[in-house]
Each structure stands twice: as C-alpha cells, then as structure tokens.
Write a protein that binds this ligand. Structure first.
Ligand code: GRF
Length: 189
C-alpha cells in the first residue's frame, strides 16, 4: 500500500510567525505547507517564509474591505491547493462566511487554557486572577472567537513574580511543541 500524500496546509500569520516556523520544521509525511498568507504585508514571519522559499501571499484588507480581502485570500488558498488552514498568530477575525467555506478545516493556537481567557491579554489576565497555571490550547476554529472544540492543551506553572512576558515566553515553548503535534493529528482525522 502506498503512503498517502502529505496534507496540504496553509498557515495564516500576522506577525513574527514563530509558530509558523515550528510548523514548518515538522513538515513531512503528515503535512506540507503549501502557502503562508498574511494580512500584514510587513509581517516579519512573511520575510522568513520567503527566505525558506515557501509560497507566500500578502494582502491587507485596508482599502478593499473585508469581503474582497477574504475572497482574494480564499482564491489564493485554493490556487495553492490548500485543504487545511492553521492560524498562527493571525490577528484578524475570519467572517462567518469564510469559516463556513472551510468548516472543520481550520485550527488555531491560543495562549490560554481554553475556555478561560478567550481574546487578548491572556497571560496578564491569568496572573491577575491568581491562577496557578497558564498555558495554551489548540482548537478548531468556528464562528465564535476562540470558541471551537479544544483538541489539546499544555499547562505551564505560574511562578511567584511572574510577568505576562515571562509567562508568554514559557508558554511559547509549549506552543511550538503542541501545535505541530496537533496539526499532524488534525489532518489525519
Ligand atoms: C502566539 O502566542 C499564539 O498563541 C497567539 O499569537 C502568538 C503568535 O506568535 N495566537 P507567533 O507569531 O507564532 O510567534
């Protein structure tokens, strides 16, 4: 029996793209990155992706509006042959229509132990609440912000004197471990 081809994945970023790099490092039998797309043409991660000779697509919704932006993004994803989407620090909300078109095929990594702390400033909120642990979660993307099924979480102990930055740095190490592992499982399911 022949092994199935790697699942074609697009990674969506807005910034430095360290999770994208972790995903790229783990490409292989399970998945292959066919496109890195950014809503910010100046995203540092995009420059890295170009250096790696990954296919890239950069377009800002500014000036053209969300619908035209998402149509162009959708076309780029399909032209690249993407069948799955991994959000990796993608800071823009996808519309309900876009999510519906890719239903069950988009995942995200979020820096909190979902369902706690959806949205922004997750580490500061966990510290302010006096939580003993913080962490990250990989979840399926639905119309609800950070609200889809949680596939896996990784916990990080919150230490005395912890700052949002120090916690973010330790959680990021876990993100880079968890996300590729979960993407491999997700595209196989
Ligand atoms: C990560 O903390 C991720 O969990 C969150 O945004 C951050 C992106 O970092 N969604 P990077 O661009 O992957 O370095």
């Amino acid at each position: 029996m022949s092994t199935p081809a790697p699942a074609p994945v697009a990674v969506l970023i807005s910034g430095r793209g360290s999770n994208m790099q972790a995903l790229a490092a783990e490409q292989g039998e399970a998945y292959k990155i066919v496109l890195v797309a950014s809503d910010r043409p100046d995203a540092a991660g995009l420059a890295w992706a170009r250096e790696q000779e990954l296919e890239t697509f950069a377009l800002s919704p500014k000036g053209i509006g969300k619908a035209a932006y998402e149509d162009a993004l959708d076309r780029a994803l399909r032209d690249a042959g993407a069948e799955w989407i991994a959000l990796a620090g993608y800071m823009r909300l996808l519309s309900d229509a876009f999510v519906a078109r890719w239903r069950g095929r988009i995942i995200n990594i979020h820096p909190s132990l979902l369902p706690k702390y959806k949205g922004l400033d997750t580490h500061a909120r966990a510290i302010a609440a006096g939580d003993a642990v913080g962490g990250c979660s990989v979840h399926v993307v639905t119309e609800e912000l950070d609200g889809g099924e949680v596939l896996s979480r990784a916990e990080v102990e919150i230490q005395a004197g912890e700052t949002p930055e120090s916690l973010a740095a330790r959680v990021l190490v876990e993100e880079h471990r968890l996300y590729p592992a979960m993407l491999k499982k997700f595209v196989r399911a």
